[in-house]
Design a protein around this ligand. Structure first.
Ligand code: NAP
Length: 285
């Protein structure tokens, strides 16, 4: 039951109606007996500062931040934790004693999804250089000792920008590659951090099939549909396919732990995410 003591968490983004975060966190709070509730707020960019001031003024306990505010929100916080500062994006905010602190859990979510897959000494290719790509690239470069991190996309200057930052921050081998040039790079791990393949563009694939080789780890951040065309092709070629659902649950679990200090109920959160996507019509959502 909601009372005057119930804590309020929320999602801030634009749009937010596609999000499954309310279902994931509501189930997690219930499963752990946390007296809290979670709502989604559509906040246009011009109102972001007011929304952040409102968060503190109304005494909310925290929020998730999604597209398009993950970078801009940093200007409206009292502090940004080290990893989020390095990545340059915030997807989780915790409010304590009236102070808002920003975190980034996307990278941790990606590492949870890749658990058990060998990254050390491997050639990792990341498609994209946006917010999620940066979080994934920074986590892998800083914790997994890859042989090399290749950043691939349609804008060579942006790809080189991210590669250059990885070299500077983590002394890791990193270089840009065109999407067409990826086949020659022979990556061992391929990560799609672009929206290509996401519903409703389910028949699209971000790389040429020839890039896929048996034994390669193929991780698609897209979680709707659960199995993208890239993952279907990867499985057909004998690759190890990892879908975006594990990262979705992993980044949410890390947020839950930052907010509550309690181990996240992973099974319940995954079930809630899957159920929410199904009820939105799955791949056609
Ligand atoms: P973002 O910051 O907008 O970055 C999008 C990236 O994709 C950019 O590098 C962009 O490059 C590239 N891109 C977009 N359309 C493209 C196209 N047609 N061809 C080639 N490249 C294209 O978005 P984001 O937050 O990083 O999210 C990226 C994807 O990851 C989304 O599908 C999102 O749902 C998913 N994601 C999943 C999770 C999870 O938990 N599973 C978490 C975060 C994000 P240009 O600048 O050249 O357009």
């Amino acid at each position: 039951m909601t009372t005057s003591k119930t804590k309020l968490f929320c999602l801030v983004g634009d749009p937010v109606d596609h999000s499954v975060s309310p279902e994931i966190f509501t189930r997690a709070f219930e499963a752990c007996g946390v007296d809290a509730t979670y709502l989604a707020f559509r906040v246009p960019s011009r109102c972001l500062g007011e929304a952040m001031a409102g968060l503190r003024a109304l005494g909310l306990s925290g929020c998730n931040v999604t597209i398009p505010h993950k970078i801009a929100v940093m200007d409206h916080l009292d502090a940004v934790e080290g990893t989020a500062k390095e990545i340059g994006a915030v997807n989780v905010i915790r409010v304590e004693n009236g102070r808002s602190v920003g975190y980034n859990t996307d990278g941790e979510g990606a590492l949870r999804a890749l658990q058990g897959k060998k990254i050390e000494g491997k050639r990792v290719a990341i498609l994209g250089y946006g917010g999620a790509a940066r979080a994934v690239a920074f986590s892998i470069a800083s914790t997994q000792s890859p042989d090399e991190v290749i950043i691939s996309g349609r804008d060579p200057a942006k790809a080189e920008g991210l590669a250059q930052r990885l070299r500077a921050l983590f002394s890791v081998k990193s270089r840009p590659s065109s999407i067409e040039g990826l086949g020659e790079a022979l990556p061992d791990v391929l990560i799609n951090a672009t929206p290509i393949g996401m519903a409703p563009w389910v028949e699209e694939i971000p790389v040429d099939r020839d890039v896929l080789r048996a034994g390669m780890v193929v991780f698609d951040l897209v979680y709707n549909p659960a199995e993208t065309k890239l993952l279907r092709e990867a499985k057909a070629k004998g690759c190890i396919a990892v879908g975006g659902m594990e990262m979705l649950v992993g980044q949410a679990a890390a947020a839950f732990e930052i907010w509550t200090g309690i181990n996240a109920p992973l099974k319940e959160m995954r079930r809630a995410a899957e159920g929410a996507l199904r009820s939105r019509g799955g791949a056609d959502a």
